[in-house]
Ligand binder design. Sequence first.
Ligand SMILES: [Zn+2]
Length: 423
Amino acid sequence: MKSAAGALALALPFVAAKASYDGYKAFHIDSHHSYEALQEKLSALHVVDIGCGDDHDHLDIAVAPEDIAAFEALGLDASVVAQDVGVELAREGALKPYTATVKAAGEVPGLPEMSWFESYHEFEDHLQFLEDVHAAFPNNSETFVAGESLEGRPISGIHLWGRDGPNAHEAIVWHGTVHAREWIVAPTVEYLLYQLVDGYQKRTCTAVRAIDNYDFYIMPVVNPDGFVYTYTDDRLWRKNRQHREGATCVGTDINRNWPHHWDVPGGSSPNPCSGTYRGEAPGDTPEMAVLTNHTLEVGGRNGLKLFVDWHAYSQLIMLPYGYDCSKAAENNDYQMELAGGVAEAIRSVDGRVFVYGPTCPTIYQTSGVSMDWAYDIAGAELSWGYELRPANARDGGFVLPPEDILVSGQEQWAGIKHLLNNF
Ligand SMILES: [Zn+2]
C-alpha cells in the first residue's frame, strides 16, 4: 500500500511558480535596419520582448539577470529603459478586491465608487463592475456574454441604449485587453463607460446625444484567459492560451488572427513562439469566432458607426490599413480630420501627444488585425486602434502605477467626447 504522503505527491499536479522579473534589466535597442540579425544575436540569451507591435527599427527587451553581462558584451546600440523590471512591476500595487454595489430591494443603486479607478483588479471584478453599472442604469442597459474563451470564460460586455430602446440605432463597438498584459486598457475603457452613463443620468449634452443616437457595446476584456494568466502566472503575457499540436510554445495573438489579409508577409509571425503568432489559419482561435460573430450581428442590425480596439502602449491612434502601406480607407480624409481633433483633445488634458494616421505608412505593417477587418468586412464607418499611454518602454511600457489609471481615462474621455460630438 502506498503511504499517504506518496499518494498525495502523485495527486498534486506540477504547479509552476509565477514568473518573477526581479533583477531583469530592460533595454531599448536600435536595430540599425538589421532587425533579424539582432534577434538572431539575442536568441541564445534569456530575454523577454516588452515592445509593442513590430516596429522594426528598434527592439525593447528585458534581459534576465544571469544574461545581463553577456548581453552587454554584444556591444549593441542599446540604452537602459528600466534598471529592474521587478521593481517597476511592484509599483503597480496589489490587485485590490472590489466591493460590489449593495442593492436595497426596489431601489436603483448609484454607479460604482470612483475608487474602482485607483487600483487594478481581477477578471471577476471586471464582470461585477459591468453588472453594477447595469444595476445603476437598468432601463437603458444589459450585460451580455458574446461567447466563451478557450478555457470557458465569458467574453462579456455591456450594451447601452437611449430613448428609442435597444437596437434602434447604429452600433458602436469597443474591444479592450485583447493583448493580456495591457492592463491600463480595461479601466480606461470602463472610465469611458462610466462617463457615458453618469453623463446620461445627469443629462449632459455629449452623453445624451451619444446614447440616444447609438447602441454601445463595450467589452473591456475580450481575452479573459490571457488576462487571468497575467496575474496568476506571467505579468507580461500577451496572447491567448491555445496549445497547438507539435508546438512547444503556447498562445496565438488574437489580434493577428482576424480572418482578413491574415498572412501578409511582415505583418505577423508564423512561429508559435512569437508574440505575434497568427495561428494556423485565419480566425482559428475560439475567441475570434466570438468576436467576429458578435460584431457582425450587432453591426448587421443598423450598421456599424464606430469600431475601436483599445491597446497599450505607444500613444497612437491607428486608422486603416495595417496590411497595405499603399492603400488608404475610402473615407481617409474624414477619419484623419476626426483623429486630429481627438489627438488635440487628448493633449489638452495632460499634454500627452498621440500620433495618428493610417497604420502601415504611419506606424508599422500589421496583418490579420481587427481594425482592417472591421472596416472592410463589418463595414464600420470609422475603424480605429488605439495605443494608450505611455509613449515608450522608458516611461513604463505595459506597467504603469495605478495613479495613471484615472488620468488615462480622463484624457481618453476628452478624445472620445470630441469624436462623439463631431462625427
Ligand atoms: Zn496590443
